[in-house]
Each structure stands twice: as structure tokens, then as C-alpha cells.
Design a protein around this ligand. Structure first.
Ligand code: FES
Ligand code: FES
Length: 182
């Protein structure tokens, strides 16, 4: 078997792995025990294999591992920090958005990429961001609620809970005013 070296960063740690040129990123990550990267359809449909590559959600079943040379990969194993769950993970648990859990790593990573770009997303933006992550159990409502709650928690962490509460209040007020003038 031809082999080559892959140099990349996974969850903040530098890795140097021997791979075959045709290895898929999904297979290499699972071989290296990142089992949160799920094998679903293997055809880019279900999103179970989602990881962040340089901050963007990617179906790892559609990417050759060799294409990840020099990239920064985030898997669900790297989302928790210093033994503390990420607000997204907490919100998924609190909102009942985790049932069998098979889709959850991919959903959380897609949501994480969304919130990094849009810290105050609309429900439509959350739905769009999760559109590539199939879930057979939850009906999507709970994950959407969880992402919106986590967005609020992230913002509160950045600006302080009081300011975040005030900003949500004024947002609701301006939405009401818009509805009233329609
Ligand atoms: S396993 Fe990759 S999208 Fe389904
Ligand atoms: S929680 Fe089971 S597939 Fe989403």
C-alpha cells in the first residue's frame, strides 16, 4: 500500500499520521478513535460525519484525508473545554434535543460554525444551518430551540447577562412594533 504522511491539527493538537492517498477523512478520524464522527450514509446526505475544517462544516465522508493537510479540524471531542460542556452541548441536553444522539455531534458542529459567524441568528438561519444534518428522532424543533438558547448564552458570556437580557427585550419590542405597523 502506498502511504503518505498527513500533518494536521485535531482539536488543538498537532497530529502526524500515515495514511493512504485514497483514505477518506471520516475513516482516518475514526481509525484514530474520534468516534464522535459518525458513519451514516457515506454519500454526503445525512451530515452525521460533519466536522469543522478551518471553521467550516464539512462532510468528512466526502473529503480525502490528504486534502486536510495543514488544516485545523474540530470534532465533537474537542468542543468541551477544560472538562466543561460548551453552551451548545448544555442547551441540547436541557432542551431535550438529544435522543438517540447519532446526529448530535454533527448538529452541534454545524451550529457552532453558524454561531461563530452569526452570534444572533434568526430561527430561519438556524434551520438553514442544520438543514444538512438529518435527525430521525427529534423532529428538529428541539435542536433549533437549543441552538437559539445557546446563542443567547454565548452572547451573555460575551457582554454579560444583564446587557444580553436588555438587548433581547429591545429586540422583542421592535419586533412587536413591526407587527403592529403591518
Ligand atoms: S456519512 Fe457523511 S453525510 Fe452521511
Ligand atoms: S437524536 Fe436520533 S437521529 Fe437525531
Amino acid at each position: 500500500m502506498n502511504s503518505m504522511q498527513l500533518n494536521l491539527t485535531v482539536n488543538g493538537e498537532a497530529k502526524h499520521w500515515a495514511i493512504a492517498p485514497g483514505d477518506l477523512l471520516l475513516d482516518v478520524l475514526r481509525r484514530e478513535a474520534y468516534f464522535g464522527v459518525k458513519r451514516g450514509c457515506e454519500s454526503g446526505e445525512c451530515g452525521a460525519c460533519t466536522v469543522l475544517v478551518n471553521g467550516k462544516p464539512i462532510n468528512s465522508c466526502l473529503m480525502f484525508a490528504a486534502q486536510a493537510e495543514g488544516c485545523e479540524i474540530l470534532t465533537i471531542e474537542g468542543v468541551e473545554q477544560n472538562g466543561k460542556l460548551d453552551p451548545l452541548q448544555e442547551a441540547f441536553l436541557e432542551h431535550g434535543a438529544v435522543q438517540c444522539g447519532f446526529c448530535t455531534p454533527g448538529m452541534i458542529l454545524s451550529a457552532k460554525a453558524l454561531l461563530a459567524e452569526h452570534p444572533d441568528p434568526t430561527e430561519a438561519e438556524v434551520r438553514k444551518a442544520l438543514a444538512g444534518n438529518f435527525c430521525r428522532c427529534t423532529g428538529y424543533l428541539k435542536p433549533v430551540e437549543a441552538v437559539l438558547a445557546a446563542a443567547s448564552a454565548y452572547r451573555a458570556r460575551a457582554v454579560g447577562p444583564r446587557k444580553e437580557k436588555a438587548s433581547q427585550k429591545s429586540k422583542r419590542k421592535s419586533q412587536k412594533a413591526k407587527v403592529a405597523t403591518r
